[in-house]
Design a protein around this ligand. Sequence first.
Ligand code: ZN
Ligand code: ZN
Length: 265
Amino acid sequence: MSCFSVSLRSGSSGNSTFIRTESARLIVDLGLNGKRFAMALEEFDEDPNQIDAILLTHEHIDHVSGVGVVMRRHKIPLYTTLSTFNKAEALLGKIDYDLVHLIVPGNPFTVRDTEILAFPTSHDAVDPVGFRISSRYGDVGVMTDTGEFDQYAREGLKGCKAVYLESNYDDDMLWNGDYPYPLKVRIDSRSGHLSNFEAGQVACYLLENGVEALALSHLSQENNLPELALETVSEALQEAGAKIDLDVRVRVSERYHCSVPFILE
Ligand SMILES: [Zn+2]
Ligand SMILES: [Zn+2]
């Protein structure tokens, strides 16, 4: 047995992460269409009909676009906060309300025998959260779409063994790039996204608390490069005394493909 996790897609074109603990098969966000979703799972010999829950972080289209169709097609329960559900409902289409489970950030819940915690994040959505999924082999955290790493997120991710961590933009690329000024301000703000530099700081905190695997996720196509994210975060970790690949593995989640899985044993 083990705890298996993999990014199926990552970035503003669509996000989805699959996590299999000893007792549950979970999807965090589903921003790709039903066919691509099924094909992505097939790469890991997984069947969408066996998924126990979809966990939704927030209502933005790159996280929610496939949720409705996949819920209808495979009868998968959805776990999300009331505010996010209300905001996302129009994007879901007609769904079976019996499949909707409302959660409260800070109150752990279980899917099969797997305990899950939603913690608040800081983003321009109605009630955004990150998730911590417990497993016997180490906990998995997912935190993208957040402008800062505050006390809630620190507590939420403390001690996770594998973390899917936003590393959205490079400061120089953002500020020297072509985005209109208000958009640059939004991305950089406390309710925007984490930069590579900020991801490096978060990575060091997680390292101190036992993280073994980091997937740098939700990279901007315009304001970042995979090499740059990897370099910035790796350098921060090395400065904190870590040996990359020995103490901690660091990977970049791919935009249009499934990434290399993390397996905790
Ligand atoms: Zn997003
Ligand atoms: Zn978002």
